[in-house]
Every structure is written in structure tokens, then in C-alpha cells.
Design a protein around this ligand. Sequence first.
Ligand code: ADP
Length: 390
Amino acid sequence: MDNTYSKLEEENERLRKENEALIAAHKDTLSRLQKRLTVEEDLKESQERFVTVFNESKVANKIINLDLKMIQLNEALGDLLGYSREELLETCILEYTHPDFIKYWYDLHEALWKRELPSFQLEACLIRKDKREVWCLVNTIRFKDKGETFGYTSLVDITGRKQLERHKDEFISTISHELKTPLTSIKSYSQLLLRYFQKLEDEKPRLMLSKMDAKVNSLTTLIKDLVMASKIDSGKLTPRSDEYMLDSLLTEIVEEFKDTVTTRRIVLETEKGLKTKGDKFKIAQVIENLLTNAIKFSGEGTEVEVKLTKMENEGIVCIKDRGRGIAESSLTNIFERFYKVKEAESNQESGMGLGLYICKEIVKNQQGRLWVDSEVGKGSTFCFALPLLA
Ligand code: ADP
């Protein structure tokens, strides 16, 4: 009897424990369910917030799939292009893009899908339903949703800014051309007068005329820079394409500089037989510009080192000075239009901050690269690389 009683007690205890465990498990499931519900509610709220922002935004928005088809878009995009949302849905933005930008934009998408880029930005011209052009700043990022890849794009209308830029470029181009003609006459007269006064005893007018001639030369360079910059900006930089020896071109220019610049030691070191293809005259302008800067921004008696080396299938030209160098904060901006380092603004010899911008654009235009290494107080090394012919 005792035995049966204790067995029943044991069984009772086991059942009680089991019951407790069941209650705990039930509570746990309940709390997990509650947590999931809150997460789902948060998710729903955040999705709703995104949809509201996406739809109501004044900025044109779209979501595209891997085929570049618009699977979601807002009213602002419809307004931008002059179509209804329904008309645009399931079509591709490249159908409304100016032919000049289709390939570039398509290639950026390819790079985005291949994960070569996490996002991209471009300025492109689109064609509205009424055939008017509209310029946009386009930003696209890649994202994943339920294992699938999509792209989110915002398009900001920059037509007004583009028009202003065009007016400014036309203005600069007209002014520069108008200035060039009288300047050429002034130059010829000053040279005639110089020759005339050279025959006379009096030194003074000759000295004054030489100074005037030098000023006319720097004014001519400034105007040339302005013309070149406006050509670059309007996409009218059409380079010649000839085969030439990069080492011979460099040697020629350096020799000319050595003849005229006696205040710096210009040292040339070059590999021979490096043939390239492109616009020799524009590359000459780049070398002259970099050499002029190296001289302008370094002290008398210092060395300027010019080096041409071959690396894989590129010719690399480096111009190293031991001048004042460039602060790190300026290095990223130095190739921008009209950018001048603060100290240089007080330097009478400095130009308009167009030289390096022009150099970079010319080199880029010839499939090359241009860069700089610099340390304040130690000097700068400007290098550019051009593809070589075998
Ligand atoms: P600028 O014609 O006014 O000299 P650049 O575009 O050639 O314009 O140069 C922009 C700025 O970069 C200059 O104002 C100068 O401060 C700086 N810079 C260019 N080259 C050098 C150099 N070799 N050493 C130091 N500073 C330089």
C-alpha cells in the first residue's frame, strides 16, 4: 500500500513538473509571438513611411528591376517627363533619354549589377513627351529585397542650372574671341616698336616695351586658357590623333625650357622609344603647364626633375619640384576650374586656376590619368600616364 502511494506521489510530482514546463513554454511562445507582432508592425509602419516619402516626394523617384524596367515610380517622375504613371510603368528610363547619354547610363547600370559599383551618379539629358529636353542629376543605388536585386533612382531637375552654365560658357567664349583680335594687334605693335627702339640709344623705352610685351603674353595665355576651358565644358574638345614619340616630345620641351629658364636646375631622365597615339600639341601644352607651375611654385636654384618611365603599357611622365608643396586639404580641389590655393591668390604670377583643370581634361580626353603627390614645404610631383602603342 505504501509502495503504491509513493508511486502515485512520484507520478503526481512528475505531472506537476511537466505542467510547469508546459506553462513556461506557452508563456515563452506567447512572448515571442508578441515580439514578432511588434516587429511586423514596426516593419509595416516603416514600409508605409517609405511608400509615403517615395510617392509624395517632389523629387522624381523610381524603382527598377534587373531588366531596368520601372516597377514603381512616383507622380513627380511622371510630371518631369510629361507622361502618366501608367504610361511609364514597366518601361525603361533609357527610352526617354537623349541618345548621347544612353550608352554611358547603360554601362553604369551594368557596373552596378556586376557589383563593380555600389551606386552611381550622372548628369543626363532626358526627352519629355512634348519633346522638350530636361536635364537631371541622377542617383542610383542597388538594394536587395527578398533575395532579389533592385535599383532605386532619384532624379533632380537641373535644367535651370544647365542653361545658366551654357550662357556662362557662351559668354566666356564670345568675350575671349573678342579680346583675342585686339590683343594680337597690340602684340604686333609692341614688337614693331621694340624693334624700332632697339636701334636707338635710349634703354628706357626698350625696357618698358619688353615689360609690356611680357604682360601681353600672359594676357594671351589667360585668354587661351579661357577658350580651352569653355571648349572642354561644352564638349567641343576635339583632339587630333597622330602617332608620336612621347620621349622625343618631352625632350624637345625640356630643352626649350632649359634654354630660357636659368634660375632652376631642370634635370631630365627618360626611357627611349615610347610611342603613343593622340594629340601631340595638347600633350605638349600639359607638359609646359606642369613645368611652368613647378618653376613658378619653387625657389630659385632648386631642382626640377622630369622623368619618363614605362610601366606595363603606359608611359608615365612625372615632374617633381622642391617647392612649397600643396596642403592636403587643397589636393582634392586642385584640378577644379578656377581653383587656387589660398597662398597663391596673393602671388602676382599666378593665373586664374584653370591650368590644372585643362591639363586633367586633356589627359582624360586622351585615355590617360593625371595625379599629384605633395607635401607642404617639401615639394610636389605631378604625374600623368598615357597608353603606349606596342
Ligand atoms: P594657375 O594658373 O592659377 O596657377 P593652376 O590650375 O595651374 O592655376 O594651379 C592651381 C593652383 O595649384 C595654383 O594656384 C597653385 O597654388 C597650385 N599649384 C599648382 N602647381 C603647383 C606646384 N607645382 N607646387 C605648388 N602648388 C602648385
